[in-house]
Design a protein around this ligand. Structure first.
Ligand SMILES: [Zn+2]
Length: 233
């Protein structure tokens, strides 16, 4: 014959199991990469791509300045080389040289602008990488802690489950069904203690006749209000 203390002991095991399983589910949800880390890595990758693009623009701009300088040098050579004597040609060459020099100056300004931009982008990249490294190291530590906790929880759950199986095997089918139904209905709390004549599940003051029945310890007695199985002492 199952008694209220038997079911109370089973309830304690079930509550410990619920808690351990709930924690395990929380841990499992937290294992793997965090959104924060994925986001920080994406930011660092974007900054890296930005720097690479600027460097490639810089290299193109340098080549372009070099090209124009070479052209200007060639025009200058012709202008002052003495081989060209026609005033019209000389005047054209002079105009060409002027516009090429102007172009060099403009392109050099672009170069300088790019250098400033690269310096700024490099600093942003370094900051983003540092932030990512920081988040990643915290994350690694958390993952390690979670895995350690999981490794401790799993055998705990197995031993609680074994205890639960042993405890429930001695409970008759009808009482077990009642217990499980009440646990489901009352958030895992099927057996309530009686203190100072009150059901601790719903705080109602129990009728004297019911209290006497509970105290007799014969059979399972349920609260008249919340229907939980009552336990004295
Ligand atoms: Zn009650």
């Amino acid at each position: 014959m199952v008694t209220a203390p038997d079911l109370y002991a089973l309830q304690e095991t079930d509550q410990a199991l619920d808690k351990a399983r709930g924690r395990l589910a929380e841990i499992e949800a937290q294992l793997g990469e965090s959104q924060e880390m994925i986001l920080a890595r994406e930011v660092a990758q974007e900054k890296r791509a930005g720097v690479d693009q600027l460097r490639s623009h810089l290299s193109e701009a340098e080549d372009s300045v070099e090209d124009i300088r070479t052209k200007a040098a060639s025009v200058e050579g012709k202008l002052y080389g003495g081989t060209v004597t026609s005033p019209k040609e000389l005047s054209d060459l002079s105009d060409d040289l002027k516009s090429l020099r102007h172009l060099v100056a403009t392109r050099e300004d672009t170069l300088l602008g790019l250098l400033v931009e690269i310096e700024d982008a490099d600093a942003q990249l370094a900051a983003a990488q540092a932030e990512y490294a920081d988040i990643e190291s915290t994350w690694k530590q958390q993952q390690e802690d979670l895995l350690n906790e999981k490794a401790q929880l799993e055998p705990q759950i197995a031993s609680l489950q074994a205890r639960r199986d042993a405890q429930s095997s001695s409970v008759d089918r009808g009482s077990l069904r009642l217990y499980e139904l009440l646990r489901e209905r009352h958030g895992g709390y099927a057996v309530a203690r009686v203190e100072r004549g009150m059901c601790q599940g719903c705080r109602i003051t129990l009728p004297m006749s019911l209290l006497q029945k509970v105290r007799s310890g014969v059979g399972l007695v349920q609260c008249v209000s919340c229907e939980r199985i009552l336990l004295v002492g």
